[in-house]
Design a protein around this ligand. Structure first.
Ligand code: ADP
Ligand code: ZN
Length: 210
């Protein structure tokens, strides 16, 4: 199954991508995580992306399209994949189509802007493996430390409140039109993001089935 998760930043795409990954045994691919990893490793691509990502802007289409092309060519994508954070613009969606990739389902997780702002300010991520936590809703077992790898938890620069508002603006302008794009192909399922992760997961699993 080839899946796309759509939704505003902080809608919980990453969390749901992991749940689907466990259920269907297909890889969850997050362009955000790939870019942050490149940034941490100081690669050329990471350097190119740095100013955009920290300002809450989108990284240029040709850069992310290149990343996705390489990633989808890997062996583990043969039986399907979950895209989390790609496509984020119409040209990115067109690039997928041009690559001859058939998307089976697009799940859009809807969350109000106010909720996004609240969630992002409490979000903390692992500085090493990228796992995501929340000071209130998803606390790590030990304060400030990643459950799965033990590294330090940090706040992403782009999760600071001012930047979050910029990211929401970008979302509404550039990413939201993708709902129409996939509605037209009949692949879109809309799910209302719930307060409890597991409730959203139940809705997402339902959307996968019928
Ligand atoms: P979130 O879903 O919480 O917004 P991500 O980790 O998916 O966070 O993305 C963080 C940042 O990475 C984005 O704000 C953007 O700068 C960059 N990025 C990720 N995916 C894309 C994409 N498909 N196109 C352009 N930029 C992207
Ligand atoms: Zn970790």
């Amino acid at each position: 199954m080839n899946l796309i998760l759509l939704g505003a930043p902080g809608a919980g795409k990453g969390t749901q991508a992991e749940k689907i990954c466990e259920k269907l045994s297909i890889p969850a691919i997050s362009t955000g995580n790939i870019i942050r990893e490149a940034l941490a490793n100081g690669t050329e691509m990471g350097l190119k992306a740095k100013e955009y990502i920290n300002a809450g802007k989108l990284v240029p289409d040709e850069v992310v399209i290149g990343i996705i092309k390489e990633r989808l060519a890997e062996d583990d994508c043969k039986n399907g994949f979950i895209l989390d954070g790609f496509p984020r613009t119409i040209p990115q969606a067109q690039a997928l189509d041009e690559m001859g990739i058939v998307i089976d389902r697009v799940i859009d997780i809807e969350v109000a802007d106010e909720t996004v702002v609240k969630r992002m300010s409490g979000r903390r991520v692992c500085s090493k493996c990228g796992a995501s936590y929340h000071l209130e809703f998803k606390k790590p077992i030990n304060d400030g430390v990643c459950d799965s790898c033990g590294a330090e938890l940090i706040q992403r620069k782009d999760d600071h409140p001012d930047t979050v508002l910029d990211r929401l603006k970008v979302y509404h302008e550039q990413t939201e039109p993708l709902k129409d794009y996939y509605e037209k192909t009949g692949k879109l399922k809309v799910v209302e993001g719930q307060e409890e992760v597991k409730e959203t997961t139940a809705l997402v699993f339902e959307a996968l089935e019928n």
